[in-house]
Design a binder for this molecule. Structure first.
Ligand code: NI
Length: 185
C-alpha cells in the first residue's frame, strides 16, 4: 500500500542539493515511486521529484491527465471521466531542447501558493528508465515539457524561482524563511 509522505518546502536545504542517480531499480525504488505518486495526487500536483519527499534520488512522477473537479475550458465539452495517466521517470536526462521558448505560469509543491511566469524551451526530448528498468525516450511539448523540465531541475537542486529575477526570488525566499521561523516558535 502506497503511503502519503510529507513534502518538504523552502527554505529546506535539501531542495538545493543535487540528487544521486538510482543504481538499482528494485522493489524499494518502486515502493518509493508509488508513495510519490499518491503524495502527488493527494497534494494535488502534476509532478513530483523524490527530493521533495526528502529522498535525494533521481526519480520523478508526472501525471498531466485531467482530474476530477477540473473545470472544462469555456465552450468545451465536459471532459470524459478522468483516467489517471501516471509516468515514472528514473534517472531522466534532457537530450534536446527546442530553440523556441514558451512562458508558462508555474508553481511548486515545495513553494506553496506561489506562482510565477517562467520561460523555458517549448519542447524537449528526455531519456529515462521506466519502473521496470526499460530505457525510454519521450519528446514533449506543452505542459508536459514544462513539468519535465521543472522536475528534472529539482534533481539538480534548481527551483523554478531560480529562473526568476534575483529580486523576485529573494522576496519569496525571505517570506518562506520568515514563515518557517514563525512555525518553529
Ligand atoms: Ni516543484
Amino acid at each position: 500500500m502506497a503511503r502519503i509522505r510529507d513534502i518538504i518546502t523552502i527554505p529546506d536545504k535539501l531542495l538545493k542539493e543535487a540528487s544521486l542517480p538510482v543504481e538499482r531499480i528494485d522493489d524499494e525504488v518502486r515502493a518509493l515511486l508509488d508513495d510519490m505518486l499518491e503524495t502527488m495526487y493527494e497534494a494535488p500536483g502534476i509532478g513530483l521529484a523524490a527530493v521533495q519527499v526528502g529522498v535525494p534520488r533521481r526519480l520523478i512522477t508526472v501525471d498531466i491527465a485531467p482530474r476530477e473537479g477540473d473545470e472544462p475550458e469555456e465552450g468545451e465539452e465536459p471532459p470524459p471521466p478522468p483516467e489517471p495517466d501516471p509516468m515514472f521517470l528514473i534517472n531522466p536526462e534532457i537530450l534536446w531542447r527546442s530553440d523556441e521558448v514558451k512562458t508558462y505560469e508555474e508553481g511548486c509543491l515545495s513553494i506553496p501558493e506561489y506562482f510565477a511566469d517562467v520561460e523555458r524551451p517549448a519542447a524537449v526530448r528526455v531519456a529515462y528508465l521506466d519502473r521496470d528498468g526499460e530505457a525510454r525516450e519521450i519528446e514533449a511539448d506543452g505542459v508536459l515539457a514544462v513539468v519535465l523540465q521543472h522536475e528534472i531541475d529539482h534533481l539538480d537542486g534548481t527551483l523554478f524561482i531560480d529562473h526568476l529575477s534575483r529580486l523576485k526570488r529573494d522576496m519569496v525566499v525571505k517570506k518562506f524563511t520568515k514563515q518557517a521561523r514563525t512555525k518553529a516558535l
